[in-house]
Design a protein around this ligand. Structure first.
Ligand code: SF4
Length: 353
């Protein structure tokens, strides 16, 4: 099935009662509000919907997504106006559902009763961490219990749920990231997004970074921690919808991107690292099975993957291929693309000499 067309409507920092240590959205919001009168918001939403629908092509589903701020924390009239604006397209079957991102502490029975009839179907929570000390250092203004309660309420009311978690928060570490992932997995959201923490201009974290109070993860550390979190979610059958922030012009601007493990293809790095681990496991199993073969003899191993996983197998700039050659100097590798294979899987077998 084709991916749905997602129509994004960005509401930077609005509806947000706090200012998280890493958030730069107040700056973006200020710029947005300076160039746009609030009363034109509904018109802007209509324009965006119409523009995106022109690109629907053969996609069977269309979702309207409110993200960026704290959608369910906006004033009730504003939530209602925005949701009402989308209704003509929903009634005509041109928009199939609505999703939003929001803080765990804004989920109440009243807000869910208000929004469900308008077609709000998926609510993604900014969970970030399940450790209350880490949440407090990040100045999130909510606790892990708020997340548990919010997810339970959303599920009881039939909403699809998402959980966004962060890697590299102040006061957190690998054990903490794994524990957060395990606790989130126990809550069984339908999907998860994982973001490494970046130090962005306009956030309070810049000061901590400049004074050495906060030391960001290196890219390798962030990839390694994220790999473990992805594995926990995948084992719990939670779909990982995104790994790493989307590349924007701001990310390439050193005045905006102050520090942290930024990489434009962070998700690819993580999935390639996971693929490398899997390949090594399969190769080791194949080698052990061939007890009759002298381990030091030259041999050829065939690696089979789905065509869409080829770049994942090879790694960023073929780094996995280089590492395989270093790890198994006695082995020559042949890569085969197999349409029938699962996208996450790799098979390895030794070709008999
Ligand atoms: S909840 Fe989101 S929008 Fe609000 S301050 Fe934190 S990161 Fe920014």
């Amino acid at each position: 099935m084709s991916q749905p067309l997602v129509i994004p409507f960005f509401i930077p920092h609005q509806g947000c009662p706090h200012l998280c240590i890493f958030c730069n959205q107040r700056l973006i919001a200020k710029q947005t509000l300076e160039t746009q009168n609030l009363s034109s918001e509904v018109a802007r939403l209509s324009d965006i919907i119409q523009t995106y629908l022109q690109f629907k092509k053969n996609r069977s589903r269309v979702e309207l997504a409110f993200f960026g701020g704290n959608f369910l924390g906006l004033e009730i009239n504003r939530i209602r106006s925005l949701l009402e604006t989308a209704q003509p397209w929903i009634r005509q079957g041109e928009i199939h559902s609505i999703r939003c991102s929001t803080r765990p502490d804004t989920i109440t029975p009243q807000i869910l009763d208000l929004t469900r009839p308008f077609g709000l179907e998926t609510v993604e929570l900014g969970v970030q961490s399940m450790n209350d000390h880490v949440l407090s250092l990040a100045q999130r203004g909510h606790t892990s219990e708020d997340t548990c309660n919010a997810l339970a309420l959303l599920k009881a009311n039939g909403f699809k749920t998402g959980a966004q978690v962060m890697i590299g928060l102040p006061g957190d570490n690998e054990v903490g990231a794994v524990r957060t992932a395990q606790k989130v997995a126990e809550l069984k959201p339908d999907l998860a997004r994982i973001y490494p923490l970046l130090v962005l201009q306009g956030s309070k974290l810049v000061q901590w970074f400049r004074t050495g109070q906060y030391v960001p993860l290196s890219l390798d550390e962030a990839v390694d921690q994220t790999k473990k979190v992805v594995t926990i979610f995948k084992n719990a059958k939670i779909s990982v919808a995104r790994i790493g922030l989307q590349a924007t012009q701001m990310m390439d601007d050193p005045e905006q991107m102050i520090g942290g493990p930024w990489h434009p293809a962070f998700g690819h790095l993580v999935l390639s690292a996971l693929m490398f681990d899997q390949v090594c496991e399969k190769i080791n199993t194949a080698l052990i099975k061939q007890e009759g073969l002298n381990q030091r003899n030259k041999k050829t191993i065939v690696l089979q993957v789905h065509p869409r996983s080829l770049s994942r197998l090879q790694g960023n700039r073929k780094s996995n291929i280089t590492r395989l050659a270093q790890t198994y100097p006695e082995v020559s590798f042949v890569i085969e693309r197999v349409d029938a294979m699962d996208i996450d899987q790799v098979h390895a077998y030794i070709v008999r000499p």
